[in-house]
Design a protein. Structure first.
Ligand code: PLP
Length: 391
């Protein structure tokens, strides 16, 4: 047996060591506080579950679904886009369902990247932009997300010879793991850049609705002329606590949607129709759980930010996502810091280097545990003498 080179190119799993330590601590009966998980801890709203129940009982949902999503689901998506962003989409050609946004993000590279083509991807980032590039035998070019630039790639710093060989640029705002946001004028610059170099813009918009302090995340498609050269990837996972259901969608120019659709029709056979009906209920039904969710994450975010700041950090509260990006104390790398924190306190945080080399010097804390547990975590850090200056 000989495994393909594309598998060998996939980097080693960086969280293996911390996973081993976690298992050992659990075996010893340590009360672990896991601030590493990017998975909502609350259930899917009841009316969405009720719709799945009803739809699953209907035999009409039991056959193969349309590859690109049912007409009704795609129409619900187009209507949601119009309501939320004021952007008009043709449900027949500018919308496609995804088996979670991860599926579409991974497949888009096969639709646009030939061997040796460059992709412009952020670093640190959700790892699928890199692995998707490698699976397509493309070459990732890492655009550093630096604090001094508000974690936005500096497009002027990318060598023109690189850009000329690039096929697409991937962005993700609100951003995992940094919690950063981007405004419409930055998106406008990206659109001009993409037009100049004939790039496809891929925008991962999984955290579009998880925004705080009245901030509303803009869509790339709000920028004049962006739609034809852009694909925007959405997820129902975070907004509706539906990570396990595997439902998301992409919207954008019809040519790009058609290219992605060719890959998908040859790889998967769409989403169970009953789940799509539940997805329609999510997008068109009552939305009152969203402000409640935002209030809940806001309290957790404040507890994390205030708690770390009491220990000597100087962190600004992120405007969106359920992550806080926290610098490690001076001269401690992210893996060592995460290991120290786990060993001394039983708390799991994610080392930033797992998201790319420019994530070194940071750890990611997820807001997926309740305020009392966050306070307990801060207390444990205090007791263990862990602080920004002196640990
Ligand atoms: N994009 C980002 C930035 C994410 O953090 C995640 C999940 O954590 C996803 C995409 C994938 O979400 P899903 O496949 O559940 O839609």
């Amino acid at each position: 047996m000989r495994i393909a080179q594309r598998i060998e190119k996939i980097p080693p799993y960086l969280f293996a060591e911390i996973d081993k330590k976690k298992e050992a601590a659990l075996a010893k009966g340590v009360d672990i506080i896991n601030l590493g998980i990017g998975d909502p801890d609350k259930p899917t709203p009841a009316h969405i579950i009720a719709q799945l129940n009803e739809s699953a009982r209907n035999p009409k949902t039991h056959d193969y679904p349309p590859y690109e999503g049912t007409k009704e689901f795609r129409t619900a998506i187009a209507n949601w886009y119009l309501r939320r962003f004021g952007v008009k989409l043709d449900p027949a050609t500018e919308v496609i369902s995804l088996i979670g946004s991860k599926e579409g993000i991974a497949h888009v590279f096969l639709a646009f990247v030939d061997p040796g083509d460059i992709t412009l991807i952020p670093d640190p980032a959700y790892p699928v932009y890199k692995t998707g590039t490698l699976f397509a035998n493309g070459e990732p070019y890492y655009m550093p997300l630096l604090e001094e630039n508000g974690y936005l790639p500096d497009l002027d710093k990318i060598d023109e010879n690189i850009v000329k060989k690039a096929k697409l640029i991937f962005l993700n705002y609100p951003n995992n793991p940094t919690g950063a946001v981007a405004d419409k004028s930055y998106f406008g610059e990206v659109v001009d850049f993409a037009k100049k170099y004939e790039l496809l813009i891929c925008h991962d918009f999984a955290y579009s609705e998880l925004a705080y302090d009245d901030y509303k995340a803009p869509s790339f498609l709000e920028v004049e002329g962006a739609k034809d050269i852009c694909l925007e990837f959405h997820s129902l996972s975070k907004t509706y606590n539906m990570t396990g259901w595997r439902i998301g969608f992409a919207v954008g120019g019809s040519e790009a949607i058609a290219a992605l659709s060719i890959i998908k029709t040859n790889v998967d056979s769409g989403i169970f129709k009953a789940i799509q009906e539940a997805g329609i209920t999510a997008l068109t039904g009552p939305q009152d759980h969203i402000p409640q969710l935002i209030d809940m994450y806001t309290s957790r975010r404040n507890a994390v930010v205030d708690g770390f700041n009491e220990l000597g950090w100087n962190i600004k509260p992120p405007k969106a996502t359920f992550y806080v990006w926290i610098p490690t104390p001076e001269n401690v790398n992210s893996i060592n810091f995460a290991n120290q924190v786990l060993e001394k306190t039983g708390i799991i945080v994610t080392p930033g280097v797992g998201y790319g080399q420019y994530g070194e010097g940071y750890v990611r804390v997820a807001l997926t545990v309740d305020v009392p547990r966050i306070k307990e975590a801060i207390n444990r850090l205090k007791q263990a003498g862990i602080s920004y200056k002196n640990n």
